[in-house]
Design a protein around this ligand. Structure first.
Ligand code: BES
Ligand code: MN
Ligand code: ZN
Length: 486
């Protein structure tokens, strides 16, 4: 789907569907001499947030149908605006319309400007219209008309900010689609080699190059923690590096690191069968940092950005890591692997230590790291851990702005002692309580004194049940953060 900006008098524009509030709908239908049609249709309509009404106009009419979004003419809170927008998106999605004009950003929203309204409406469209049908037979998918182009309506005064919102939203959509597609691919398709292939496609974009460390190279470098995870898989692990040089040559880069476990069986510490299929989503950290990178590159943000995907498959087998094995990490510190299901921190610790070589301005790692994070926050918020208040607050603000929300959990040293091992420098697990925090504490030992944040997206990255699928979170948060920094 493409986004564009359209100016002009609504009643004079041609479109398959006009999405707007009741007041504007009245004006437009009167101008088109179909006011009576709308009046009849709206007789029973509750003009409230969350309600929508679809009115078909005369076949000969320039505007084929109108979707009236309830509550649009009243001042709204942010929550109401999101609800109104989501309802309109859901209605639009169900209609056989190849194009639409969105005229729903004139609604007053307390403390938010037009740019915010346009950007958030477009983000809601990108999220709401997405579908993943690659592995379904054509007769199961259906060939209904789908939305191909959406025009954001603007007047002369708002044109510049709507244009900017449209441009950035198109880049964001591209990143979101990539992240969700990668997440939804089955684990027999999306393995580390596949991730590398997808990353390489980014290398065709401007100022971007892609490289990878294979297992042989990682062995030479001494990445014993990463290799302990990937060693029993028939698909070898890869450390994938995407380097975007949109900034000045001397600007220190932002570094994004993603957990890319393309399937997490738990290894010898095997997971129980229930919902194990969902462990194909264990690469969503990698998928979302790659998605955010694609958005940043397509938006041509003037920053330097290095994105590292720690891609591996966590399998049991005759050559798998045993509980009790001790490995030497790239940082030189040794780890006693007491539970092979705590594999995310093992691939990430070598990626974090490797990131040092880029002398980064900021490091953010993103991972479906712990079940404990799901227990703490559910699917509503991603967790943020950081000792750097400026960084944590910037990420939280980006989450609030986009509605892709996050919540900060502590990273106090009080939790560190639990990682003690009698046989190595540390253990990779530390008891069930505060599991998400202890995982973050483990990672913190590999980040030196950098401005670093860890995001645990185990609950937010994908949905279960009838809506099972990757959400693309936190691509929007990361993209907003990078845009603000740029
Ligand atoms: N990928 C899982 C975390 C996870 C669990 C993500 C549920 C999404 C939903 C991770 O590798 C894992 O298995 N973590 C263990 C850590 C434990 C052994 C300390 C967990 O959370 O149980
Ligand atoms: Mn695991
Ligand atoms: Zn995992």
């Amino acid at each position: 789907m493409k986004y564009s900006t359209k100016t002009g008098t609504l009643a004079e524009l041609a479109t398959g569907t006009l999405v707007t509030g009741l007041k504007t709908a009245r004006q437009v239908t009167r101008a088109l001499q179909q006011g009576a049609l709308l009046d009849a249709a709206t007789a029973d309509f509750k003009d409230q947030v969350g309600q929508t009404l679809t009115v078909l106009l005369a076949k000969s009419s320039r505007v084929k149908r109108i979707v009236v979004a309830g509550g649009a003419d009243d001042e709204q809170t942010e929550i109401q605006f999101r609800k109104m927008t989501a309802a309109a998106v859901a209605t639009l999605r169900s209609l056989p319309t190849p194009n639409a004009i969105w005229a729903l950003t004139t609604t007053k929203v307390t403390d938010r400007d037009l740019y915010w309204k346009a950007a958030n409406a477009l983000f809601a469209l990108s999220t709401g219209i997405y579908e993943f049908n690659e592995h379904k037979s054509p007769d199961k998918v259906g060939n209904r008309t789908r939305l191909r182009i959406l025009h954001m309506h603007a007047d002369m005064r708002s044109k510049a900010s709507v244009r900017r919102a449209v441009r950035l939203a198109q880049a964001l959509k591209s990143g979101l689609d990539l992240a969700r597609d990668l997440g939804n691919q089955p684990p027999n398709v999306c393995n580390p080699t596949y991730l590398l292939g997808e990353a390489r496609k980014l290398g065709r974009l401007h100022k971007t190059s892609v490289s990878a460390l294979d297992e042989k190279r990682m062995r030479e470098l001494g990445m014993g923690a990463f290799l302990a995870v990937s060693q029993a898989s028939n698909t070898p692990g890869k450390m994938i590096i995407v380097n975007y040089k949109g900034g000045k040559p001397k600007d220190a880069p932002f570094v994004l690191i993603g957990k890319g476990i393309t399937f997490d069986t738990g290894g010898i510490s095997l997971k129980p069968p229930a919902a194990m299929d969902e462990m194909k989503f264990d690469m969503c950290g990698a998928a979302t940092v790659l998605g955010a990178t694609r958005a940043a590159v397509e938006a041509r943000l003037p920053i330097n950005l290095v994105t590292i995907l720690a891609a591996a498959e966590n399998m049991p087998g005759g050559n798998a890591t045993r509980p009790g094995d001790i490995v030497r990490t790239y940082s030189g510190q040794t780890v006693e692997i007491l539970n092979t299901d705590a594999e995310g921190r093992l691939v990430l610790c070598d990626a974090l230590a490797y990131a040092e070589r880029y002398k980064p301005r900021v490091i953010i790692d993103v991972a479906t790291l712990t079940g404990a994070c799901v227990v703490a926050l559910g699917s509503v918020a991603s967790a943020i851990f950081s000792k750097n208040d400026v960084l944590a607050n910037a990420l939280l603000a980006a989450g609030d702005w986009t509605g892709d929300r996050a919540w900060r959990l502590p990273l106090w040293d009080d939790y560190q002692a639990s990682l003690h091992s009698n046989f190595a420098d540390m253990a990779n697990v530390a008891g069930r309580d505060a599991g998400a925090i202890k995982a973050a504490c483990f990672l913190s030992r590999f980040t030196k004194n950098r401005a670093w944040a860890h995001m645990d997206i185990a609950g937010s990255a994908y949905l279960s049940g009838s809506k099972k699928g990757a959400t693309g979170r936190p691509v929007a948060l990361l993209f907003r953060y990078l845009t603000e920094q740029a």
